[in-house]
Ligand binder design. Structure first.
Ligand code: ZN
Length: 489
């Protein structure tokens, strides 16, 4: 029988387009081919001898997947064709996919030179590169995830990149937010990011949305784009992005990071699940610490952001296996990747069969963040200047530091208050007895910024302590306003 070799693979058959082999099944015919041309093996099969997913085999006119697969019997006179599936199509973007070949923007000679490594890949080629040029991708955030993904999308030749950010570059961002550099500290992130992207690829149009994404502006901003890539670090924005994507029918390329762990998936495609199918409700506020509290390995957002950029590019190109319906879990500390199957939940409040959320809601309230202020008012907020004045005056105060031991080692208030108490927030419940003797004295609780100490003070209040103060701004404010020798971290 004969095997027809497609052009891209002929380099491994000495440019033969038809190879004659003997065999009783498709599998044994392919083994015959690989015996004659050993180079073919790794292009057709994976290391564990599975047919590669981008290779389709047709026996005469039929796809062998609908026959008996590799066990399909063959006979003399049959023709087996190898068809590398370069245009999966199933998940390609409607807006980009609807453009006919003629409608796609053309490439200048300068662009052809720039993208030559893409153009010689059959899976991208001229057509794919023109699709990339036609595509409009919205990046929410230019922080840890946003930095690498915006850089790679721009380098790859995505025609239009939208950036949403309203933050300012801080020194503590530079450990991971690689789009910003040391001279950018104090600059608006959106300006710093746009500058880098334009310098990297002047052919990419960068649109700046200098705002916080809100329920009021999200749908209007999303309307100008084909894909949304979520690089946010908080729950209200994550649910907002998800719901806005479902409502406006745009895929949401999701990534999240914490300490050494990352997650990635694609949500809100027509057939696939959304973020709410996975997590219908956010965790209660305070239960999941933010990266500012829990820390993050600086390289992890690079890893996860690049996965997001890869998936965005695959969506544009119509690659056959996008990360839809799969949640990729990354453990950078052990360097393990796991995958969970995700299913669309028919009862999902946003993308289910009878959605209850049909327009954008108040996500701060949904995530329980607005409700906290009520409690906050019952704890006195002490300013650092006031603490300094009272310590200098020799007032009878107990200072309680509720940060983690490694934070205590970076900086602490021991010089100002040699007998301070140190109990990490997580241990407070079981060690509360150590504070019993101070029950009737004034206690000033502090952490890094004032968030964890607020929760500690609430916990003490619930246990019957009455004279509580929360140090507003934490040790960071102390470093900024009282003693610059105290390291800021
Ligand atoms: Zn859903």
């Amino acid at each position: 029988m004969q095997i027809h070799i497609p052009a891209p693979l002929r380099v491994y058959t000495g440019q033969q387009d038809v190879v004659t082999v003997a065999g009783a099944t498709v599998e044994s015919a392919l083994q015959g081919l690989c015996a004659q041309h050993p180079e073919m093996k790794k292009h057709l099969f994976t290391a564990d001898n599975k047919l590669r997913s981008f290779v389709n085999l047709y026996l005469n006119d039929d796809d062998i997947r609908y026959l008996e697969g590799l066990q399909t019997p063959v006979k003399d006179g049959d023709a087996l064709s190898i068809i590398p599936s370069i245009a999966g199509g199933a998940a390609s973007l409607e807006a980009v996919a609807q453009l006919s070949h003629e409608d796609l923007p053309t490439l200048s000679n300068a662009e052809i030179a720039r993208y030559s490594r893409h153009l010689i890949l059959p899976e991208v080629g001229m057509e794919g590169q023109r699709k990339l040029k036609a595509a409009k991708v919205l990046c929410i955030g230019t922080g840890g995830l946003g930095s690498p993904l915006a850089l790679y999308l721009t380098a790859a030749g995505v025609g239009t990149i939208g950036l949403v950010d309203f933050d300012v570059v801080d020194e503590s961002n530079l450990q991971r937010q690689i789009i910003h550099s040391t001279p950018d500290v104090g600059k608006k992130k959106i300006d710093s990011a746009a500058e880098k992207l334009t310098a990297l690829n002047p052919f990419t149009k960068v649109i700046k949305h200098e705002t916080m994404l809100t329920s009021e502006n999200a749908l209007e901003i999303l309307a100008g784009y084909d894909i949304v890539v979520d690089g946010t670090d908080n729950f209200p924005t994550r649910y907002l992005v998800n719901d806005a994507c479902v409502i406006s029918g745009k895929p949401n390329v999701y990534g999240s990071i914490f300490r050494f762990d990352g997650q990635a998936s694609i949500f809100a495609t027509k057939e696939g699940p959304c973020y709410r199918c996975l997590y219908p409700e956010p965790p209660p506020p305070g239960l999941v610490p933010s990266c500012a509290e829990g820390g993050v390995l600086g390289i992890l957002p690079g890893l996860v952001g690049v996965i997001q950029a890869t998936e965005a590019i695959k969506l544009i190109l119509g690659a056959p296996e996008p990360l839809i319906g799969r949640l990729l879990l990354v453990d950078a500390w052990r360097m393990k990747f796991r995958e969970l199957k995700l299913r669309k939940n028919p009862d999902c409040p946003v993308c289910g069969t009878h959605p209850t959320v049909t327009k954008l809601i108040d996500y701060e309230q949904f995530c329980g963040i607005g409700g906290q202020e009520k409690v906050a008012n019952t704890i006195d907020q002490m300013q650092v200047q006031e603490l300094k004045r009272r310590l200098d005056a020799g007032d009878d105060l107990v200072v309680l530091d509720v940060r983690e031991p490694n934070e205590y080692m970076i900086a602490n208030l021991q010089e100002a208050k040699p007998d301070l108490k140190f109990i990490p927030l997580g241990d407070l419940g079981k060690r509360i007895g150590e504070l019993e003797e101070f029950k009737d004295r004034e206690i000033v609780v502090h952490c890094k910024m004032g968030g964890r100490s607020q929760r500690a003070a609430e916990q003490l209040q619930a246990a019957g302590f009455t004279k509580l103060h929360n140090l507003a701004g934490g040790i960071t404010a102390w470093s900024e306003k009282i003693d610059p020798k105290i390291a800021k971290y």
